[in-house]
Structure formats: structure tokens, C-alpha cells
Design a protein around this ligand. Structure first.
Ligand SMILES: [Zn+2]
Length: 171
């Protein structure tokens, strides 16, 4: 098996509910041991003397796995960037940092509702002021992310062929 397999594979429960992201290497093993059905393949292939297989991009477990708790994304810089699509929530340019809408120095909390991705310019412009005291406006109200942000965080980016499987559960 080559050392550099393309990234990651989306794992769906038997019910088609997305339950995780695994290294593609792991997904290949699941496929070879008949634990999963491959729903979508990536362009990359694994070949050896007795094996030639497309690297799975989306797989579905053949058995149902009980997921004991609702997965949520812990609040982290990476998760905030994923929720905010990597753009500054004040001006729409690429974000480089995290801003507390109500500054921590003014009692603002480190919560999903009070943090946004922010570019350096807006961060400097805003400084430790409240929004009403500076010429910036939020493009959207920050909120806890949809349940699949953790997935984007795990995957880095979401491949196009994952989207249909995520969309049907995104409500
Ligand atoms: Zn900005």
C-alpha cells in the first residue's frame, strides 16, 4: 500500500447517518473485510500484486452502530474557522484570527455565540471595543454550529462527493 493515500473517508452508519471520518487506509481495511459497502470512490487507487482497488471516499457500515452521544464540535480555533468558512465575519476577507464580539476584557464569554473568525485588519480596527463603538458590522449572528462542523474539522475540507450524504442529515 502506498504511504500517501488521499486523506480521509466518510463513514456512514447502516442508517446512512454520518458518524465519523477515518483515514482512508482504515476504510480500505473495512472494505476488504466486508464490514462496509463503498458508496463513493476517490480517483486514487491502491495497487499491489494481488489487489487493485479505488480508495473509498464514502463507506456505509453493514451493521448498525449505536452512537451513544450527539457529537458536537468543541470550541476551537479550527472549529470556528470551519463554521465561518474561513472568512472574516466583519468584512468577508480570509480570516486569520478569532475575535470575541464582546471583548473578554468587557466580560465577553468564550462561547460559540461570542466568537467569530476575523481578519487581522478588522481585529486591529475593533480592538477591545464593543460593536456599537466601532464601524464594523457582523455579517451573521454567531451561533453553535450545525452538527456536522465536527466532521469538517476532522476532514479539513469536505470532498464534493460527501455533500449529498451530509445534506440529507444537516437539518
Ligand atoms: Zn475583516
Amino acid at each position: 500500500m502506498p504511504r500517501t493515500l488521499p486523506s480521509r473517508t466518510l463513514v456512514l452508519n447502516a442508517t446512512y447517518e454520518p458518524i465519523g471520518v477515518v483515514p482512508s487506509r482504515r476504510a480500505v481495511v473495512l472494505a476488504l473485510t466486508d464490514k462496509v459497502d463503498v458508496l463513493s470512490e476517490s480517483a486514487a487507487r491502491i495497487s499491489s500484486a494481488n489487489l487493485d482497488l479505488a480508495v473509498p471516499s464514502v463507506v456505509r457500515l453493514r451493521y448498525y452502530v449505536k452512537v451513544p452521544y450527539q457529537r458536537t464540535a468543541p470550541l476551537s480555533r479550527r472549529a470556528v474557522f470551519a463554521r465561518d468558512h474561513g472568512v472574516c465575519q466583519y468584512c468577508g476577507k480570509p480570516a486569520e484570527s478569532i475575535d470575541h464580539v464582546i471583548p473578554r476584557s468587557r466580560g465577553g464569554e468564550h462561547t460559540w455565540e461570542n466568537v467569530v473568525a476575523c481578519c487581522r485588519r478588522c481585529n486591529t480596527l475593533k480592538s477591545d471595543r464593543l460593536l456599537r463603538d466601532c464601524p464594523l458590522e457582523l455579517r451573521s449572528t454567531p451561533a453553535a454550529p450545525t452538527r456536522f462542523v465536527w466532521l469538517k474539522v476532522a476532514a479539513g475540507t469536505v470532498p464534493a462527493d460527501w455533500a449529498p450524504y451530509l445534506d440529507s442529515y444537516a437539518a
